[in-house]
Design a binder for this molecule. Structure first.
Ligand code: GLN
Length: 505
């Protein structure tokens, strides 16, 4: 029984908890055991919060026994990306500069998770400050893709995706600035959603690029993402960019979608997000899913977004610019690492320089330098200013496309998971992994990646769905319909095809 609990979706596990068949302590312990069994090999977690998780589980079990009215996900364990601050639990953002930092407060989304009674299993590995597409830029070692331990799990949220794919957690939190929820989802065979910008509070996320960052769910099913999205989403007065409106009904949309009737829905295939650079198996699976959508009654049309070809260039000016100013606060003076120069006077400037020199990794330094340069007097208009103009053009492309289609679709990532080290010496090759995911961040629109089968190399590929801002429900309707149709053709979930991980005991 213990082992089986880790295979259940969050929705199914929640049903077992409600019926009283299973306690939250049992469910939480089963996942902690699974972490003990496989995480030496996977390394999805930077910190496992055993005591904290079991305390929550015990509390929920006794409140349930007392007949209290609980949140539908109460007692279902969850993993949280290490860029989200958690009171009393270490939070490093994958960086040495925050080693051993214990935040004195919770992010809003963590407050909501705790209030609903979800035991927090631990904090997941990530590229340092969420900069990367492979989790190889973590200061704490690589996370391994459960499909093939010699390969990357995507990034920056490789830890959350790998934890969910390896059955170490049924739910996880990710963050997505340019694709860090969706691309790891694609290469690990999991579901990931980047909500509409402003849909989930950013209060308590360690900011990378504030105008692009969004937190969202990482799960094994579309319905589970909807359940988690509804829990963490909605207005927060502590985030000035938070949308002050009710969320659309996401769980309802997922349940409706699963019925599999997409008649009347117009699906736009973005012609700029296919073709050259996309692996053959990725394109083939994508085309097959379009046929499936057609068979469910959707109308498939081609749309053009001519400025998407400049998205990557604009992103790699805007993101580093914002990151360079957001990361200025890590100076060795207030919290985290402090390094004093080995010789010479101990001045504030020299301590800052030594701290930042040793505390930040190469990719973070590269982006701080890029961003500082793009913002410097004399270059500001040419670089940052032009990038902002491109951003507007991309937003207009989306507006035009959504006038023709209810949702837009593309492959999530151009390739399957690559091997460790393959792109480490070539930052541009690494950046290119996000060509299909970045436009949504620049425009603030929501996006989902869901498992779309295996490429010729036997590794998972993702299907991306994009919707207009504040219409996140469309992702769930279409995603649940496609998921059901795909699982019908596979005879079950895609993850059932993943090799069993060797257990360490
Ligand atoms: N891979 C992209 C980058 O390196 C996206 C990162 C993210 O979404 N956090 O910037």
């Amino acid at each position: 029984m213990t082992n089986d609990l880790t295979r259940l979706s969050a929705a199914d596990l929640a049903a077992h908890l409600v019926s009283g068949e299973v306690s939250s302590v049992e469910a939480t312990q089963a996942h902690l055991d699974r972490i003990g069994d496989v995480d030496t090999a996977v390394h999805a977690f930077l910190h496992v919060s055993t005591e904290d998780a079991l305390a929550t589980a015990r509390d929920i079990d006794s409140r349930r026994a007392a007949g209290e009215d609980l949140h539908p996900l109460a007692g279902v364990p969850i993993a949280v990306k290490d860029v989200v601050v958690t009171k009393g639990l270490p939070t490093t953002a994958g960086s040495k500069i925050l080693k051993d930092w214990i935040p004195p407060y919770d992010a809003t989304l963590v407050e909501r998770i705790r209030a609903a009674g979800l035991p927090i299993l631990g904090k997941t590995n990530m590229d340092e400050f969420a900069m990367g597409s492979s989790t190889e830029h973590s200061a704490y070692g690589n996370t391994h893709n459960p499909w093939d331990l010699d390969r990357i799990p995507g990034g920056s949220g490789g830890g959350s995706a790998a934890a969910v794919a390896a059955y170490e957690a049924p739910l996880a939190i990710g963050t997505d600035t340019g694709g860090s929820i969706r691309q790891p989802g694609a290469v690990t065979g999991t579901v990931g959603v980047k909500p509409t910008y402003g849909g989930v509070s950013r209060y308590g996320l360690i900011a990378m690029a504030s105008s692009l960052d969004q937190a969202g769910p990482v799960t094994r099913t579309v319905l589970d993402s909807a359940l988690l999205h509804e829990l963490i989403g909605g207005h927060d007065p502590r985030d000035s960019t938070s949308i002050n409106e009710d969320l659309p009904l996401l769980v309802d949309a997922a349940r409706q979608g699963a019925i599999g009737d997409l008649r009347g829905l117009r699906v736009g295939v973005v012609s700029e997000l296919s073709g050259e650079g996309y692996q053959e198996g990725v394109s083939a699976r994508f085309a097959e899913s379009l046929d499936l959508l057609r068979s469910l009654g959707a109308e498939i049309i081609e749309v053009s977004c001519p400025h998407f070809k400049y998205a990557l260039g604009a992103y790699y000016l805007i993101m580093p610019s914002e990151a360079s100013s957001n990361l200025a606060k890590f100076d060795g003076m207030r919290f985290g690492l402090r390094v004093e120069p080995e010789d010479g006077p101990i001045t504030a400037e020299r301590v800052m320089s030594a701290t930042r020199g040793q505390g930040f990794g190469d990719e973070v330094k590269r982006r701080i330098i890029l961003g500082t340069y793009a913002l410097s007097a004399g270059y500001y208009d040419a670089y940052y200013g032009s990038a902002q103009k491109v951003r507007t053009l991309i937003q207009r492309d989306f507006d035009a496309a959504f006038a023709q289609a209810d949702v837009l679709v593309s492959p999530t990532a151009p390739t399957t998971a690559f091997k460790f080290g393959e792109k480490l010496d070539d930052p541009l090759a690494m950046y290119l992994n996000d060509v299909a995911t970045i436009p949504a961040n620049l425009a603030g629109v929501p996006g989902m990646s869901l498992p779309n089968g295996l490429s010729d190399d036997g590794l998972p590929v993702g299907f991306q769905i994009l919707a207009p801002a504040k219409a996140d429900d469309r992702l769930y309707r279409v995603g649940a319909a496609l998921e059901a149709a795909l699982e019908n053709t596979w005879g079950g979930p895609l993850l059932a095809k993943a090799p069993e991980l060797e257990v360490a005991r």
